[in-house]
Design a protein around this ligand. Sequence first.
Ligand SMILES: NC(=O)c1ccc[n+]([C@@H]2O[C@H](COP(=O)([O-])OP(=O)(O)OC[C@H]3O[C@@H](n4cnc5c(N)ncnc54)[C@H](O)[C@@H]3O)[C@@H](O)[C@H]2O)c1
Length: 463
Amino acid sequence: MKSALATRLFERLRSRQATVGVVGLGYVGLPLAVEFAHGGLTAVGIDLDARKVAAVGRGESYIPDVPSSDVAPLVSAGRLRATTDFAVVRELDTVNICVPTPLRKTKDPDMSYIVSAVEAIAEYLHPGMLIVLESTTYPGTTEEVVQPLLERGGLKAGRDFFLAFSPERVDPGNGTYTTRNVPKVVGGMTPDCAELAGELYLSAVETVVPVSSPRVAEMVKLLENTFRAVNIGLVNEIALMCDKLGIDVWEVIDAAKTKPFGFMPFYPGPGLGGHCIPIDPFYLSWKAKQNGFEARFIELAGQVNGSMPHFVVDKIGEALNGARKSINGSRVLVVGIAYKRDIDDIRESPALDVMAVLHEKGARVSYSDPFVPTLSARGWPGGYELHSTPLDPSTLASFDCVAILTDHRSVDYKIIVSAAPLIVDTRNTIKNSHPHVFRLGAPRPAGADVLEIADGVPAGTTY
Ligand SMILES: NC(=O)c1ccc[n+]([C@@H]2O[C@H](COP(=O)([O-])OP(=O)(O)OC[C@H]3O[C@@H](n4cnc5c(N)ncnc54)[C@H](O)[C@@H]3O)[C@@H](O)[C@H]2O)c1
């Protein structure tokens, strides 16, 4: 039996009369606010970044997966707006919190964004509201951190207002799975909390998966991301082994994935990137440690994945060595600095680590990335601004080595193969064997030992 407050909010959500808030209009928050508005609710975004708020006000999107043509009509129709002022919470029926959850340098969770957002919401919290935390975090956050801050004003969670956790599963750049068609796991503090959060999401997503508590929902997200981090760590270690054994790891994976059950392919690369996989498992290991438990798989995967940028630099050194050159003084072009294919996000990108180590060793580092026109002086440890280098034959020929770190689909790899003197390919982008192409996790290229690379590529090289 729902309480009167719960029944009222339920009806407002079901009849689409509710006004819903989203705090943090980034990669997660903006698509969610847009889907709420598409679902017939009135959505209000709250962000401290005045530029994002102004962009929404103009009907413009700054997130590649959300076209401006989706935002503009919703803004004109009054279904979507944004503000920097938390006072708007007074008018809201619900608030979803989608603020960052980074790690401190010590690899401890940085809860400051959640705490500051929740404190700002608490000032305007009113009876009958639903608050849902979406930021990825350690199990227990909703009840141990968010609930006490919201209850400071005297309202009680589960009785006067409703509280839930629902992890975000957005996969930037994935055209098949979007906010709407990825099932949403929801854990409420009480049955009313769960039902209301489920009803809110059914306006924006096709499937809601209820679980018994916020703590379970928090753990679901960390299992998903730890699963990826550990499997990527495993395949990276297999790649390091294959490299030593002279076996092509890419061929091994391609053959292994023909097994129709019990195997799922993961691929090696220059290391982990993005705001989730390199970070979230450490939220879990931190919490486990607080309770006297050592999360060994997470730590080990972190070590293997964290060593990959150094391995890539070693590979570049090996390739240059064959051409009687050293990293020190060589011109190295890094192709692809976003953390994954076809997106513009460079957060935690392993390419930045590779560039940093190359720079430290005295290389003259440049980059090319169609999604990242400029890399600010503060954006990488080199300490000076870089601009994306055009990939034309004469520019490519002027580098000593080209390292492919992210395999954006729009890059012309044929030009790279035919014009770059030496290539280190960490993504298996270049399929055919060439004496000047060194692949991560694969045997040394045939003919590399006799390669004379004085002026560009050996004659007769084809892609
Ligand atoms: N990006 C992803 O692919 C992804 C996927 C799943 C889960 N997540 C999780 O979702 C959460 C948000 O990630 P994101 O990628 O959208 O981050 P983001 O950096 O793109 O966006 C966060 C937004 O929050 C705003 N913000 C910060 N503090 C604020 C405050 N106190 N009040 C109002 N706004 C504030 C920032 O200005 C920014 O616009 C994180 O916990 C992340 O781990 C992200």
